[in-house]
Design a binder for this molecule. Structure first.
Ligand code: NAD
Ligand code: DAU
Length: 351
């Protein structure tokens, strides 16, 4: 194998799409997927590539510094694409410490291990930190997040991601560690854990449960199909300039309530319900504390410099996503019942 690339968080939503893309597109790379398999990590996401000759799975926790040092010593990675994180804002409000530990200390452990492993020479090495647009805080009715927008994180989740971005840059500045960072907007698509807006609502419509819209429903997000994010990660990893930041977004803003209505209409259509059936499930509930009003990414830098842009429209991506969830009831049932957590034991019992 030409190169060994570590992908952290590869059993999660975005990570699994990145692992699949790299395993299939780069047979000359050895891809090591490191994941602690928290509630959000599901190896069933990767069943189609788990026996590929260039793929290895390692169950480990990035908060374990000794384990990270050993892993880097064992594999001598050329590059790291770091996605492992606690990622759900609502959970960060109820349990911030898990976010501080994994997102900040976990990232620091990986940086220390990379620095030690690469101390002879940084030639051909790269630490890629996958981050979020939430580090920039909240926008008013106009304007966009640029790469130069000052950080202003508002939730424990976004503060922990902002902190890890700063630490990555500090290692670049202080020790010369080669790095690149991207900050992406809201992803949607197959394999997203049904605690986030889109899969939660598809799942609830499927079982005729209320659709809990926070506050007035006029919060705005910029949505990107997950496979387009994975393509962007490939471009940033291979073509991005050292020590640069790239914003990634869908050029696709939606107010939550408008998005929910679009989703309801598409699910009704695909299930064969009377139009308007799912809309009746919409229920306004208490707002999320500290809820950011609007996110919108200016993704012109990655478009102009690396030639990346989204490949699917929102209408196509949403229809494909709904189709996937309706066709993969077993995946949804496993995730909601917790059965997917037994997969590791059965699949990796002898390894
Ligand atoms: P996810 O929650 O679906 O997956 C996270 C993965 O990390 C899981 O497989 C989990 O098991 C693993 N993990 C968590 N803690 C770990 C630990 N201590 N050690 C090892 N593995 C651990 O998250 P996602 O939505 O796929 O997000 C992936 C990354 O992309 C995160 O860094 C997130 O901040 C970032 N991001 C997400 C979005 C989005 O819309 N989902 C947008 C922009 C950026
Ligand atoms: O912007 C990128 C971020 O997008 C990522 O960094 C995060 O990891 C990811 O979780 C996502 O954060 P959000 O908080 O924007 O996503 P979520 O799906 O939780 O919520 C989207 C919007 O929908 C938000 O305004 C809150 C609202 N919402 C969410 C849920 C779960 C509801 O109204 N009801 C709900 O039940």
């Amino acid at each position: 194998m030409d190169k060994t690339v570590l992908i952290t968080g590869g059993a999660g939503f975005i990570g699994s799409h990145v692992v699949r893309l790299f395993v299939n597109k780069y047979p000359e790379y050895r891809i090591v997927n490191l994941d602690a398999l928290t509630y959000a990590g599901n190896l069933e996401n990767l069943q189609d590539i788990e026996n590929a000759p260039n793929y290895t799975f390692v169950k480990a926790d990035i908060t374990d510094a000794a384990a990270m040092n050993k892993l880097f010593a064992d594999y001598a990675f050329d590059g790291v694409i770091h996605l492992a994180a606690e990622s759900h804002v609502d959970r960060s409000i109820t349990n911030p410490n898990a976010f501080l530990l994994t997102n900040i200390m976990g990232t620091a452990n990986l940086l220390n291990a990379a620095r030690e492993s690469w101390k002879g020479s940084y030639e051909g090495k790269r630490f890629y930190h996958v981050s979020t647009d939430e580090v920039y805080g909240s926008l008013g009715e106009t304007g966009f997040f640029l790469e130069t927008t000052p950080y202003d994180p508002q939730s424990p989740y976004s503060a922990s991601k902002a902190s890890s971005d700063h630490i990555v840059r500090a290692y670049g500045n202080t020790y010369g560690l080669p790095f690149v960072i991207s900050n992406c907007s809201n992803n949607y698509g197959p394999n997203q854990f049904p605690e986030k807006l889109i899969p939660l609502f598809i799942n609830n419509i499927r079982s005729s449960k209320p659709l809990p819209v926070y506050g007035d429903g006029k919060y705005t997000r910029d949505w990107l199909y997950v496979i387009d994010h994975a393509r962007a990660i490939d471009d940033v990893y291979h073509k991005g300039c050292n020590a640069e930041t790239y914003n990634i977004g869908g050029f696709n803003e939606w107010q939550n309530i408008e998005l929910v209505k679009l989703m309801c209409a598409e699910v009704d259509k695909q299930i064969g319900n009377e139009p308007g059936t799912a809309d009746k499930l919409i229920t306004y509930v208490k707002d999320r504390p500290g809820h950011d009003r609007r996110y919108a990414i200016d993704a012109n830098k990655i478009k102009n410099e690396l030639g990346w842009e989204p490949s699917v429209t929102f209408e196509q991506g949403l229809a494909k996503t709904i189709e996937w969830y309706l066709a993969n009831e077993e995946w949804l049932n496993h995730v909601t019942s917790g059965d997917y957590q037994k997969y590791y034991e059965s699949q990796y019992a002898n390894s």
